[in-house]
Each structure stands twice: as structure tokens, then as C-alpha cells.
Write a protein that binds this ligand. Sequence first.
Ligand code: FAD
Length: 298
Amino acid sequence: MKIIDILNRKDMSLSFEVFPPKRETAFESVKLTAESIAANNPAFMSVTYGAGGGTSRYTLDIAKDIEEKFGVPTLAHLTCVSSSRAMVKEKIEEIHAMGIENIMALRGDLTPELEKTDPTIWDYRHAVELIREIKESGYDFCIGAACYPEIHPDSSNQREDIKYLKEKVDAGVDFLTTQMVFDNNLFFNFLYKIREAGITVPVLPGIMPITNANQVERAIKLSGSFMPQRFKAIVDYFGSDPDAMKQAGIAYATDQIIDLYANGVTNVHVYSMNKPDVAQAIMGNLSNILWKDFGVKE
Ligand code: FAD
């Protein structure tokens, strides 16, 4: 099933994200983890792509497994920056052959090793080129892409970032998912600006439940996201008690999701980070809200 068809529905939905293992020895356990998350019956699940494509085989194997066993539609992430055109074309063929209908088209991060190489020999510099490549394949994929309410770190300003985002969407993107946001107002401000710029596709806010204090620093370093004082106080107060921090982190993420739903957003993407218990707890907190149509989408 195509994700855009799910996003066009009027009921409230949640999707979850899993990441594949780095080593083959961990494959079976990550597959079981992904299955436990899929058992919650989310609207769809996204499976990330290891930087540099090292774990690309596992991305598709896990996505296929979830679809087959649970009937949950999957979104296979694909990055392009460190790949040759031949590799990318082969991957697109493989995704199609496996019957996966949704691709999250990404550039990928510029690692320090990559930055040392000569960019004139790269086949892809930006996600927009991958999106064009997918379109040129002639297969009817539903295409997702990333966006950044707090600006991508490579951009010098938001106007420029949104200009390139529009170019990406115009190349054939069906929906966007945001980098993690911990303050919903930043998401709403961003949504207003991109709508003004003529970007009309559905946008899924990305919510990361922070369930242990060590995750905070990593999450901020990775995303550059703003951490509101209200959340900092939770970490300061409960961070030294793992059970309390987990409960408070799930409650904070749930609260963010309810606020998004209550303000007209119908689909939220949760960075569930291979944690089935967290995915299940959030689903449980929303059990009387999910899959209902509250008439917010005309
Ligand atoms: P782009 O859209 O190419 O944008 C990158 C930068 O280049 C931006 O500053 C943009 O403004 C600028 N830009 C874009 N087009 C042009 C142009 N034509 N000319 C000049 N500048 C331009 N990484 C992984 O390795 N694997 C994953 O599975 C993964 N999943 C992700 C999922 C989500 C929802 C998000 C938000 C990020 C994910 N990432 C993943 C991280 C992502 O690869 C990085 O954030 C990367 O640095 C940018 O990817 P992009 O697709 O947004 O790039």
C-alpha cells in the first residue's frame, strides 16, 4: 500500500521507525524487535538506511518481513551521497522487485571521510537528484523526503533551505517527514512558512521519545533540535532514575502527539528507535484517539 493513500485519510494515525543492525549477527534480534513494533499495527513503518549503504540489505529484508508477516506498509529509506549511479539504480530495481512501494529518498550525511574526497566525482550531491532518478525508473513509487523545521545544518538560512525543499517536492515527493522536534510550535511555524512557499504535500512531524538521560545529548548532537526548558526540567529531575525517566519521556512524547492532533495534524511519525515497549506504551496512551476521524481534515 502507498503511504500517501494512508496520509490522505482523515483518521488519526501513528507510524514508527526502526533501524537495521550494523552486523549480520544482530540481524535476527533486530528483525524480532521490528516485528514486535509492527504487532502494534501502526499506519506504516519506516526502515532506515545505514550511512554509506553498509546495512542496505537489511533495510529491505526487515521491510519485507514486516509487510509479509503483519501487513503493515513499509517505507524503505535510501541514501545516495556515497553511492554510484549504478548502485542506486540497482537498489531501486531491488526495492521494486521486492514489492515495496514506498521509498524515503535522502541524501545521507556527509561523513568526515566523505568530506575529504573530491565532490566533482560524486554521482549525487543532493536528495533531489535521487528523487529524479527514482522517477526516471518509471516505477510508480510513493516517495517521501526529509525536511527540517529548525533548518538543515548545511543551510545558511531558512529561506534557502525552503527553496531547495520546494525543488525537491516539485521533483516528485509525495510527503515529507520532519527531523525530530521537541517543541510543536517550531513545527507549526515551519508548516506555515512552507505552505506560504507553495509546498502542499502532507508533512509528518517526527517525534522522538527520550526515555533515558544519555539519549538527550546524542539526540541534540544528531539533530541540532531545540530542547525546551519544560523538557530539560524533566531530564534534570528524573534523569537519574531510569524507570521514572522512561515514563516521563513517554508522557512528554504522548503530550506532544496529542497537541499535534488537537491542532489539525492527522499523522505523526515516531522515532521509536527499536524500542517495542516505548511504541506500545505510546499506542496505549492514544488508544481512544487513534483511527478516529475528528473532522479536522476537509
Ligand atoms: P538534501 O535534501 O539534499 O539537503 C541537504 C542540504 O543541501 C540542505 O541544507 C539543503 O537545503 C541543501 N540542498 C538541497 N538541494 C540543494 C541544491 N540543489 N543545491 C544546493 N543545496 C541544496 N540518514 C541516513 O543515512 N539514513 C537514513 O535512513 C536517514 N533517514 C532520515 C529520515 C528523516 C526523516 C530525516 C529528517 C533525516 C534522515 N537521515 C538519514 C539524515 C539525512 O540523510 C541527513 O539529514 C542529510 O544530511 C540530509 O539529507 P536530505 O535528504 O535532507 O538532503
